[in-house]
Design a protein around this ligand. Structure first.
Ligand code: GTP
Ligand code: MG
Length: 330
C-alpha cells in the first residue's frame, strides 16, 4: 500500500469519571491552563476538547525516555462532566472515542458515575486506563512536580507508601467486584493483556502526568492500528451547536474519519426533524487550547487542504480532528 496511507491518525481519548474526581484539572495540568477555575460552580456542564500535538507529548514525557515510541501526530482529548445529570454527554463522549481515561479519586475509590462510565465503555467496547487521581491527598505526601509516578513514590516516607498500597489494593478489589482486573501500570508485565492499567496521578502538582500521557498514546497505538489508519468513509460526531459571534450558526464536530469539504451538503438531526444544510466554512482550533475557550478558532493558521475546486477541506489523517463548521442561518 501507499506509504501515505500508513500514517496513523491521532487517537481520540475520552475522560470519564465521577463528579469532582479531577478530570478537568488533569487536562488543565497538561495544558498549563485553568479552565476548571472558570467553570460555574467548578463543575463541568459541557463536553470540552483539546488537541495535544505529539511534540508537546514528547516534551511532557521526556523523563520517561520514550521518544522513539510515539507514532501518532497527537492526541485529541474529550473532557466530559461527571455530574449525574449529564449522562447524555458522557454517552456521546464515550461513543466517539478510541480509548478512555477513567478518573478515580484515590480517597474515594469507585463511585456511582464510575460504575456508569464502566457500563458505557463496555457497551461501546472501548478500552480504558484508570487515572488514580489526587495522590497528593495521601497524608503527608511530598510534592514532586511533574515527576513520573515511580520516581515520585520513591521520594515518599514509608507511611505514605503504606497508605498508597492499602488504598490501591482496596480499589483493585472494588474493580474486581465490577468484573474488571486492574494493575498498577508499571507492574503490568506480570499480568496478561486483559488487565486494565492504573496510573496514579496528581492534577495539582503533576505527578504521574507524564506516565498517563505516554501510556494513553502507546496503548492506543498498540491496540488500535487498524482503527487509527485513515479511511475515506466520513465519520463525524457533533459535540455542540451554537451561535458564535462573527460566524453565525456553528457546529463543533469531531471528525473521526474521512474528509470534509467546504460546500459539502450535510444533514443534522434537529428537534423538529432532519435539517439539511451545507458547510459554509471550516475552522480548526489552536492546539493545547480548550474548545470551550472563546476566540481560539482560526481558519488560516492551519493547513486545511485545497481540492481541485479550491475549497477548504479537512481530513482526519492530518493532525486535525476538531472542527467548527459554519453553516448558513435559516
Ligand atoms: P466534574 O467535571 O464536575 O465532574 O469534575 P472534575 O472531575 O472535572 O473535577 P475538577 O477538575 O473540577 O476538580 C474537582 C476539585 O478537585 C477541584 O477543586 C480541584 O482543584 C480538585 N482536584 C482535582 N485534582 C486534584 C488533585 O490531584 N489533588 C487535589 N488535592 N485536588 C484535586
Ligand atoms: Mg470537569
Amino acid at each position: 500500500t501507499d506509504k501515505k496511507d500508513m500514517v496513523l491518525c491521532s487517537p481520540i481519548c475520552c475522560i470519564l469519571g465521577h463528579v469532582e474526581t479531577g478530570k478537568t484539572k488533569l487536562l488543565d495540568c497538561i495544558r498549563g491552563t485553568d479552565v476548571q477555575g472558570g467553570e460555574a460552580g467548578g463543575i463541568t456542564q459541557q463536553i470540552g476538547a483539546t488537541y495535544f500535538p505529539v511534540e508537546k507529548i514528547r516534551e511532557a514525557t521526556k523523563e520517561l525516555k520514550a521518544d522513539a515510541a510515539l507514532h501518532v501526530p497527537g492526541l485529541l482529548v474529550i473532557d466530559t462532566p461527571g455530574h449525574e445529570s449529564f449522562s447524555n454527554l458522557r454517552s456521546r463522549g464515550s461513543s466517539l472515542c478510541d480509548i478512555a481515561i477513567l478518573v478515580v479519586d484515590i480517597m474515594h475509590g469507585i463511585q456511582s458515575q464510575t460504575i456508569e462510565s464502566l457500563k458505557l465503555l463496555k457497551k461501546h467496547r472501548i478500552d480504558l486506563i484508570v487515572a488514580l487521581n489526587k495522590v497528593d491527598r495521601l497524608f503527608s505526601w511530598k510534592n514532586c512536580p511533574n515527576a513520573p509516578i515511580k520516581k515520585a513514590l520513591k521520594q515518599q516516607t514509608e507511611d505514605v507508601k503504606r497508605e498508597f498500597d492499602a488504598r490501591l489494593t482496596d480499589i483493585v478489589t472494588q474493580f474486581k467486584i465490577q468484573g474488571i482486573n486492574t494493575v498498577l501500570y508499571y507492574q503490568s508485565k506480570k499480568v496478561d493483556d486483559t488487565f486494565k492499567n492504573i496510573v496514579p496521578t496528581c492534577a495539582i502538582s503533576g505527578e504521574g502526568i507524564p506516565d498517563l500521557l505516554l501510556l494513553s498514546v502507546q496503548w492506543a497505538q498498540k491496540k488500535m492500528k487498524e482503527r487509527l489508519t485513515f479511511c475515506e468513509k466520513v465519520e463525524c460526531t457533533v459535540l455542540d451547536v451554537k451561535l458564535t459571534e462573527g460566524h453565525g450558526t456553528t457546529i463543533d464536530v469531531v471528525l473521526a474519519n474521512g474528509v470534509l469539504h467546504e460546500g459539502d451538503k450535510i444533514v443534522i438531526s434537529g428537534m423538529q426533524g432532519p435539517i439539511e444544510t451545507h458547510i459554509r466554512a471550516l475552522l480548526t482550533p489552536h492546539p493545547m487550547r480548550e474548545l470551550r475557550i472563546k476566540g481560539f478558532w482560526r481558519r488560516t493558521l492551519f493547513k486545511t487542504m485545497n481540492n481541485e475546486q479550491g475549497q477548504d477541506m479537512i481530513r482526519r489523517s492530518v493532525k486535525i480532528l476538531l472542527i467548527k463548521l459554519i453553516i448558513p442561518c435559516n
